[in-house]
Design a protein around this ligand. Structure first.
Ligand code: FMN
Length: 319
């Protein structure tokens, strides 16, 4: 029996050996996880959000468990771009897993300076721009404002020939509008979605568990149906590849994202439950594809028209 070709060409030189990546912020820069699992079997590592200057992040408590998932308010704890470029990138170039650096900033200049520094480093497969960051100029997340997101991506596009993925925020009224804006501005692909704004209340102290505004980013199985809907919407809005992320805990979940229109997936919170979750998802997907007798991963998707359910599956009505 010949094994199916699971590779995914995301464009501009970024070819993933398989569709299962590790989501930003849930595997750091790979060093700890590498001690536990065979990282090089995976499709890609999306690093922790990297900023111009090192950040300690928020004081604890900065994570909280909720039914079906978790909330986090880490606050972009990272060693800063200089360290990533000079100390980590040389290590990445010895790994066979493609490493995509997730980049965050408070204004366009921050992002661009980060990119300029990373451009001088070898061993990087591309960038994932985290646009769920408050824009210092107007207080709004870049990801909530299609024109601000478009301007940021156009400026980033001008700085790099490497693959440029944009991580979409789900905390918007019209995610398709943001996806279209970043595609027009030159993004090579989009990943969807980042965490949803959520809150956990401590009944004893009659206050939110997380400090500050009390809110955090909700992730894990609880967001899967929301993330699937977002991926399907984005798929219909753009022609560039879409990477699905949100609550994927097993191979069946990953398959659902492919059917919804994703070209590849990222596994996040599931890694906290089981460090080998991503590998098990990859093995499960390989088995599904082999049993289905497909030659290429794309055939698992079913419908020719991306995002459109196959015949026989009625779109659910709401209400
Ligand atoms: C602890 C934690 C830290 C995260 N940090 C980042 C980050 O730095 N940049 C980013 O783009 N997304 C970050 N995310 C979002 C994840 O990459 C992912 O989009 C989200 O958690 C949904 O996927 P999941 O349900 O599989 O975890 C973080 C998520 C968690 C749980």
């Amino acid at each position: 029996m010949t094994l199916p070709d699971l590779s995914v060409d995301l464009g501009r030189g970024l070819v993933l050996p398989n569709p299962v990546g590790l989501a930003s912020g849930t595997a750091g820069y790979g060093f700890e996880l590498r001690e536990l699992i065979d990282l090089d079997r995976l499709g890609a590592l999306f690093t922790k959000g990297t900023t111009l200057h090192p950040r300690e992040g928020n004081p604890p408590p900065r994570v909280a468990e909720v039914r079906g998932g978790m909330l986090n308010a880490i606050g972009l704890n990272n060693p800063g771009v200089e360290h990533v470029a000079s100390a980590y990138a040389p290590e990445f170039s010895r790994w066979s897993i493609p490493v995509v650096v997730n980049v965050a900033g408070g204004n366009v200049e921050d992002y661009l300076e980060c990119l300029d520094r990373l451009e001088r480093a070898e061993g990087l497969a591309g960038y994932e721009l985290n646009i769920s960051c408050p824009n210092i100029a107007n207080g709004l997340d870049f990801g909530r404002d299609p024109s601000a997101a478009g301007r940021l991506v156009a400026a980033a596009r001008a700085r790099t020939g490497r693959h440029l993925m944009v991580k979409l925020s789900p905390n918007v009224t019209d995610i398709a509008a943001v996806a279209r804006a970043v595609e027009e501005a030159g993004a090579d692909s989009v990943s969807a979605v980042n965490t949803y704004v959520g809150m956990k209340i401590h009944r004893g102290i009659r206050a939110p568990v997380l400090p500050g505004r009390g809110t955090g980013g909700l992730s894990g199985p609880v967001i899967k149906p929301l993330a699937l809907a977002a991926v399907a919407q984005v798929r219909q809005a753009v022609r560039i590849p879409v990477v699905g992320v949100g609550g994927i805990a097993d191979a069946g979940d990953a398959l659902e994202f492919l059917i919804a229109g994703a070209d590849a997936v990222q596994v996040g919170t599931a890694t906290f439950v089981n460090p080998a979750a991503s590998l098990e998802i990859l093995d499960g997907l390989t088995e599904i594809a082999t049993r289905a007798g497909v030659r290429r991963l794309g055939e698992l998707r079913g419908p020719d028209r991306p995002g459109v359910p196959p015949a026989g599956i009625e779109p659910a009505s709401t209400g």
